[in-house]
Design a protein around this ligand. Sequence first.
Ligand code: TMP
Length: 239
Amino acid sequence: FLMIRRPPRSTLFPYTTLFRSSYAKEKVGQMKGIFLTMEGPDGSGKTTQILKLKEHLMQHGYDKVVVTREPGGTVISEAVRGILLNREYAEMDDHTEALLYAAARAQLVAQVIKPALDAGKAVISDRFVDSSAVYQGMARGLGVEKIYELNGFAMQGIWPDLTIHLDLPAEVGLARAKSRAELDRMEAQSTAFHEKVAQGYRDLAALAPERIVTIDATQDIETIHAEVVKQVEKLLAAR
Ligand code: TMP
């Protein structure tokens, strides 16, 4: 899984949609929804930045902004989240884990994200498929291509228009996570696992630079927010 390089054209399948959202193009002629995702290691400040971005969008013309999170965001997906993050389930197989994340995603896409985009709303998700690519594909070692392929079934062709990657050394994020609550099953993984996650995000962003923008999350909240806004405004201006 460390061989994350641009694949030859003939095998581009899972990556063709990785580079750009096909969704917006399909929706030409209708009011365009916009789908933004926030990614990064545990404790990278995603939630804070999402709330600030929502405020910004609402003050600048987007009166309908749906904020959601993964795994979660629907009753069913939150129930699956309960299974995924329960530390008592230490025996969970990596394949099971990948499928459960995909199942939670399928319900969220069908029940929340797709209807919101169809109605022309802005959707911001705290994590989406790239979390699976990095945590299950890279850190667990199941393979990025396999994970995108598996998740294609859950996503119904819906890809983010823009993904913000908050980049942070693994130990900084973990220290933050530890300070705010008891660690869940994923957070309780080894330091080596979290280091693979942090590096995995960098590798993934390098693979899809058109869609995934990396921001240094060790900066202060307002500086990060300004960079997030700059990227989102760039996307909106281009539409
Ligand atoms: P959260 O703490 O950011 O809400 O996310 C829950 C945990 O689940 C976090 O450690 C990242 C992990 N995760 C995956 O491993 N794969 C996924 O597809 C998603 C969405 C999250």
